[in-house]
Each structure stands twice: as C-alpha cells, then as structure tokens.
Design a protein around this ligand. Structure first.
Ligand SMILES: [Zn+2]
Length: 380
C-alpha cells in the first residue's frame, strides 16, 4: 500500500476540486448530483457537510469528460480521505494516461487483488486497507466522595483511567440521607474537603463538573440562565483552579432525562466550557456512541458488578468491524460500601483491564477523539 502511494506521490499532481467541477451532467450511470460549496485544498469533505451548490464535471480539469472524471467522483462520493490524485498516473507504463489507467486505479481502490495488464504483468496487488474500528471503555464516578480514594488505589493498580465528577460547592459535606434512603445505617456519603482535593487525590485522573451543589438543573433552574451558569460554570472554574485543567464535560446531578432540558443544554453550551454531559439512564444493550454529547447515555451502573461483568463479556464479543463501540460504566463510590463489594469491584477492574482490543479512556479523552464526529446538541 505504501509503495503504491509513494508511486502516486512521485507521479501525481494533487489537484484541488475547487472550481474545477462546473457542470457535471448526464454521464450515463455516472450522472451524479454532487452538492458542495466548500471543497478545499486536497481534501474531501463528507457529503453531509456539503452545501447546496451543484458541482461536477471535468474533475481533473483536462478539458474532457472521461471515465476518469467519473471515477474521481465515485471516490469523492465515497468520502475518500486521501488526496485527489489525477494527472500522471500511467499505471500500465504505456506512455499515455488513458481510461485504462483509471480503471486499474479504481479497481485497486475498490480492493481488487490485482489486474492483469495487456503485457501480462499484474498491477495493484495489494488490497486497499480497511478502516479498523475500535472498542472504547470509559467510566466515571459521581459526587467526589471519600470512597473515591479507595477506587483510585485499585484503578492505579490496573492502570485504568477514569473520570470523577465533583461538586465544588459541597466540600466536606456528609449526606446522611443517602444512608437512610438505601437502608444502610452508617453508610458514608462524605465529600472530600477542598484541602483533601488540593492534596492531589485526583492527580492523574480526569475531573469533570457535577455542578456546585448538586441541584436538578431543569427541576430547579429551568429558565434561569444565571443560576445554571453559576452551578456549571463556577464548578468548572473551581476544578480548573484545583487541577490546572479546564473541564470540558459534566454529569447531570440526578441524571434523569427530566433533570435536563433543551434550555439547560443551550444555556450550558453558550455560557460554560462544558461540551458533554452524562445522564444516569443506562442503555445497557447498546454499545453505540452517543448521538449527542449533551445527552450521553451510559451503558450500565458499575456497582451492579456481576451484571457489568456479563455485559462487558458481551461487549468483547460484539463486532466492531463497521462502527466504533463504547462501553460506559458509571457509579458512586458509596455503592461499593453499600453492597460490600470492593473485592468483586477489583476483580472486575482487573478483568476489564486485561481485555484485548479495547481502548481505555477517560470521558474527556473519549470526547477529544470523537468531538468532531458527534454534535454537542441538536441544531436550533
Ligand atoms: Zn451525583
């Protein structure tokens, strides 16, 4: 493959499609309505991003319409990410550039294993490289509570990245109501103090927003720009001061769909650095990437350990040939006390960390990889 493309580099002129596709009409089977107003440089822009100006025709600008032009269009329409290379491709070395060369190249690009040339030699032996999709694993823990320290100890042992969503308006606060709500007297749900966080508990991990004081944003602040901006933006600023890294995401307090809204999302996007937001509503059988960053559904709750294990095994068997896949586990550290399952949690982390062909990332790293491919939210 490399050899082939170095051949292209040597012989080919790279031609911009801009302005050389004036009137592509009626080319038999190759008649294509191509719409683009922004074909830049050597690149190919995905059709879904294209505008509404029809552009087509003499793709290589040689003054005639040949199969070669059709092939260029075909490649363009297939979203090829390589440069448009046209002139000088005398693949059969017969001293002229003809449709025959175009056909050889096209077959090569379509993954043909080679074509026998008129002189008996074989050209284009190597199949085109297929895009290899990946499986990603990410996880997060909410509330910034003292159990996070024990989680971090385990994660470090297995070199596992993780995101922690913290509330910088509730330093050191103990929530007794959690113990009552889950019927486990004495259960701790105590947030770290500012000094504890400053001592570097979360160093090396991703720290993201969970708002200042954990309100339901839509439940309490629908229509209130300044309150949402304060809850999300100030938490982000505080985290930046604590860690030196500006957060780019959050987990919604409460985490139900009703805890957010179109208004909340637009307010966050317009007023804060937050660009993704995780719900606490699981989509257990779906390893798809999020449709919108601001409505990021996780896969499952990690405190349901045996279930997470079963689901992760299913994830390992899932086919990532055509699409990237994501397994997103989320939880709270107190749940590991609640179910008294720290040993099982460590076993689970060990098992996950040993998985082959899985890329382990923090939420922020995952966002960084896919930020240009997934919209934050619906357009107006
Ligand atoms: Zn929370």
């Amino acid at each position: 493959m490399k050899k082939f493309f170095s051949l292209l580099l040597v012989f080919a002129l790279t031609v911009s499609l801009m302005g050389v596709l004036p009137s592509y009409t009626d080319r038999g089977n190759a008649a294509i309505d191509l719409f683009s107003e922004d074909i830049e440089g050597n690149g190919l822009i995905p059709l879904e991003n294209a505008g509404a100006v029809p552009a087509s025709g003499d793709a290589d600008g040689d003054g005639e319409l040949t199969d070669w032009d059709a092939i260029l269009f075909e490649r363009y329409l297939a979203n090829w990410k390589i440069d448009i290379v046209t002139d000088g491709l005398d693949l059969d070395s017969d001293g002229e550039i003809s449709d025959w060369d175009a056909i050889i190249l096209n077959r090569f690009l379509c993954g043909w294993n080679g074509i026998v040339l008129p002189d008996g030699s074989v050209s284009g032996k190597e199949p085109v490289e297929t895009v290899v999709h990946k499986k990603y694993f990410t996880m997060s823990f909410d509330d910034g509570i003292t159990q996070d320290a024990r989680i971090i100890e385990i994660l470090k042992k297995y070199n596992m990245p993780c995101t922690f969503n913290i509330n910088t308006g509730l330093y050191g606060v103990q929530w007794d109501w959690v113990a009552e709500a889950v019927g486990k007297p004495g259960l701790l749900h105590k947030r770290f103090t500012k000094a504890e966080i400053q001592s570097g508990i979360y160093d090396g991990f991703d720290v993201e927003v969970h708002t200042l004081s954990h309100p339901s944003l839509a439940g309490q602040y629908e229509g209130n720009v300044s309150a949402i901006k304060r809850q999300v933006g100030n938490d982000a600023n505080n985290i930046k001061q604590l860690t030196g890294v500006e957060p780019c995401g959050m987990a919604y307090p409460g985490g139900l769909e009703s805890d957010t809204s179109d208004f909340v999302i637009r307010t966050i996007l317009e007023n804060t650095p937050v660009r993704f937001a995780r719900l606490a509503v699981n989509r257990v059988n779906n390893f798809a990437l999020p449709e919108y960053w601001m409505m990021w559904y996780p896969t499952c709750s990690i405190s349901n350990i045996s279930y997470t294990k079963t689901l992760f095994k299913k994830f390992l068997k899932a086919d990532a040939t055509d699409h990237d896949l994501l397994f997103y586990a989320w939880g709270h550290g107190y749940e590991l006390d609640q179910y008294d399952c720290w040993d099982k949690f460590e076993e689970l982390i060990k098992m996950i960390s040993e998985a082959e062909d899985v890329v382990f990332v923090t939420n922020a790293e995952f966002y960084e990889i896919f930020k240009d491919q997934i919209p934050s939210w619906k357009e107006n």
